[in-house]
Design a protein around this ligand. Sequence first.
Ligand SMILES: Cc1cc2nc3c(=O)[nH]c(=O)nc-3n(C[C@H](O)[C@H](O)[C@H](O)COP(=O)(O)OP(=O)(O)OC[C@H]3O[C@@H](n4cnc5c(N)ncnc54)[C@H](O)[C@@H]3O)c2cc1C
Length: 372
Amino acid sequence: MIYDFIVIGAGMAGASAAFELAKDGNVLVIEAESQPGYHSTGRSAALFTRNYGTELVRNINALSEHFFRSPPEDFTDIPLLSPRGALTISGPGEEAKLDAVLDLSTNQNPIIEMAVEDAISMVPFLRPDRVSRAIYEVGVTDIQVAALLQSYLKGTKKRGADIVTNEPVSALSQVDGMWIVNTRKNTYQAKTIINAAGAWADEIGALAGATRIGLVAKRRTAIIIDAPSDCDTDSLPCVDFVSSEAYIKPEAGKLMVSPGDATPTPPQDVQPDEMDVAVLADWIERETRIPIRRISHSWAGLRSFVSDENPVVGYDPVVPNFVWHVGQGGFGIMMAPALARAIAAICFERQLPADFVASGIVAADLGVSRLN
Ligand SMILES: Cc1cc2nc3c(=O)[nH]c(=O)nc-3n(C[C@H](O)[C@H](O)[C@H](O)COP(=O)(O)OP(=O)(O)OC[C@H]3O[C@@H](n4cnc5c(N)ncnc54)[C@H](O)[C@@H]3O)c2cc1C
């Protein structure tokens, strides 16, 4: 069988791209792990924050929202977004840092100044002496990441695609214009390769003979702790601390806390650094009223960026029929629905979707050549 597309990687990028490509092409998804979503996708904070990232990323986030709120029929039985809200606070002497966040406020997605007392009654674990200014963004929501990924994979299969797991791609070659893809177990053929290998994308590019795009994977740590007994986690917002980049987010009746770290790390099954976890626990006890009795769970994940922190979606300028779908950084879940539509348009040589055009996004903004 010769596939139109082989998608390498079944994280959110690969699964969403495969779903859109399978509408008009025959697709094989090849995943190295036994479980799709095992790497970055399964380790995210699961937030949809329209006002997060570069200007281009924020535009793409907005273009995803319609899919999240009104997915195709039969895609999923549950709502993909649920209300959360985000409070951003500064400590004494750092009030001006909130101005840049407030500047992102729009009519559709307002960010408002909030009295410090109101912020503290909204989030009882804050220490009054550590909060000097607060702003609130109502439009931030939780994303049901596992349901989204499974729905993309299920929908992709329903459209006739094949998905194989536990098969790391180990070699790529082109014979008479056709890609030959080798894994430990099998050899596959396709007209076009979609590189959605997350942190490993430059390694896959090298197998194909492409120039590296300078992807840097950055480790981010998270822990789960119990919420104080006077906090109702269902109604708590996510809390961002501008002074330190740390954030605290309710998660299934407990609290997820991340220091917001970004440590360059080679692609791997990344684990949390014990020292980072210890420093984080100390920070929580100093900056909040949350008593840490035990850390239920800790993990780390990789967020992969190119130099301008925008995603890379497009054909390699030199290697024929090799398409990059990478560099989603810390926004890859929320950008997935929009970027998947973009990659399908690019692969089928159509114009970018009308909402991209209306937002002023052109293919070159996403393409590889901008990086040279
Ligand atoms: C702590 C943390 C918090 C985050 N919070 C958010 C958030 O709130 N909202 C948001 O939108 N984003 C968030 N992100 C970012 C988001 O998780 C990523 O942008 C997204 O998951 C990237 O998806 P991906 O498919 O590119 O990567 P991955 O999920 O890593 O998928 C890549 C896949 O490629 C496979 N692969 C690699 N090499 C091969 C090979 N040789 N053969 C076959 N398969 C291969 C891997 O096994 C992997 O499954 C967060 C990330 C982290 C780490």
